[in-house]
Design a protein around this ligand. Structure first.
Ligand SMILES: C[S@@+](CC[C@H](N)C(=O)[O-])C[C@H]1O[C@@H](n2cnc3c(N)ncnc32)[C@H](O)[C@@H]1O
Length: 215
C-alpha cells in the first residue's frame, strides 16, 4: 500500500485538485473562526487543505502522513506548515495536543482495524474542548447515482486494496458505522458533491476521553 501512495502522490493533485476545491473551501468555512487554534491534518496527503487554511490566515498548522512522497509535495510551497512523517494510528504527540484534528478522505481506504486505530488516536490527541472534522464518502438515500458512480470509478482507479476497503466501508455504513457515541458525539454534518461526501464535526465524549488518558 505504501508503494501505491508514492504513485498516487504524483497524480493526486493533477487529477483531484479542482474537484476537491469546493470541499476544501467548505471545510475552511466550517472552522473559519478558529484561525488561532492548533490544527492537525491526519493523513494529510499533499496538504491542500492546510495550504488553503494557511493562505487564509490560519497560523498553527500541522500535517502528518505516512508517505514521504506526499509530504514532499506539502513542503513544495512557502506556507508555514509543520510536517511529520508518522503513522496516524500511533503518533508521537502528547495527549490533548490539538484543538482540531482533520481527517479527510483517509478513512474509507483503510481496513477496519486501521480505521478504528486512527479514530482512537484522534480522540487521544484532541483537547477536551476541541473537535474532530472528518471528510469522507457517504452513500445513502440522499446520494445521487451520478455521485455514487463517479466516486466508485475514482476508488477503483486507486487500486485493488483501496477499492476493497472502500466497498467494505460503504457496506459497513461509512462513518456512522465506525464512529461510535462512546468515543465521539456528532455535532454537525454538511453534505457535498451531490450528497456523496460528508463534512462531519465530532466532539470527544468526555467520559471516554478521561478513560483514554488513563490508559
Ligand atoms: C486519499 S489520501 C487523502 C489525502 C488528504 N487528506 C486529502 O484530503 O486529500 C490518504 C492519505 O493517507 C495516508 N496514509 C495512509 N495510511 C496512513 C497511516 N497509517 N498514517 C498516516 N497516513 C496514512 C496516505 O499516504 C495518503 O496520503
Amino acid at each position: 500500500m505504501k508503494k501505491d501512495y508514492d504513485f498516487i502522490a504524483k497524480i493526486y493533485d493533477p487529477v483531484l485538485y479542482l474537484a476537491l476545491k469546493p470541499i476544501r473551501i467548505a471545510v475552511m468555512n466550517e472552522i473559519i473562526k478558529y484561525k488561532e487554534k492548533i490544527i492537525l491534518d491526519l493523513c494529510c496527503g499533499t496538504g491542500n487543505q492546510l495550504k488553503l487554511l494557511s493562505k487564509n490566515g490560519f497560523k498553527n498548522l500541522h500535517c502528518l502522513d505516512i508517505s514521504n512522497s506526499m509530504l514532499e509535495i506539502v513542503q513544495k510551497n512557502d506556507c508555514p506548515i509543520k510536517t511529520y512523517n508518522e503513522d496516524a494510528t500511533q503518533t508521537s504527540f502528547e495527549n490533548e495536543s490539538f484543538d482540531i484534528v482533520i481527517i479527510s478522505f483517509a478513512i474509507h481506504e483503510k481496513d477496519r482495524n486501521t480505521q478504528e486505530k486512527i479514530i482512537n488516536e484522534a480522540c487521544r490527541l484532541i483537547k477536551k474542548d476541541g473537535f474532530m472534522l472528518v471528510v469522507d464518502y457517504v452513500f445513502d438515500n440522499k446520494t445521487t447515482i451520478f455521485s455514487r458512480m463517479g466516486i466508485s470509478i475514482i476508488e477503483k482507479m486507486a487500486g485493488e486494496e483501496h477499492y476493497t476497503n472502500f466497498k467494505n466501508y460503504i457496506q459497513n455504513n461509512g462513518l456512522s458505522g465506525l464512529i461510535k457515541n462512546d468515543r465521539f458525539k456528532l455535532v454537525k454534518n454538511n453534505r457535498k458533491l451531490f450528497n456523496g461526501v460528508t463534512i462531519s464535526i465530532y466532539q470527544p465524549n468526555t467520559r471516554t476521553f478521561h478513560s483514554l488518558m488513563r490508559e
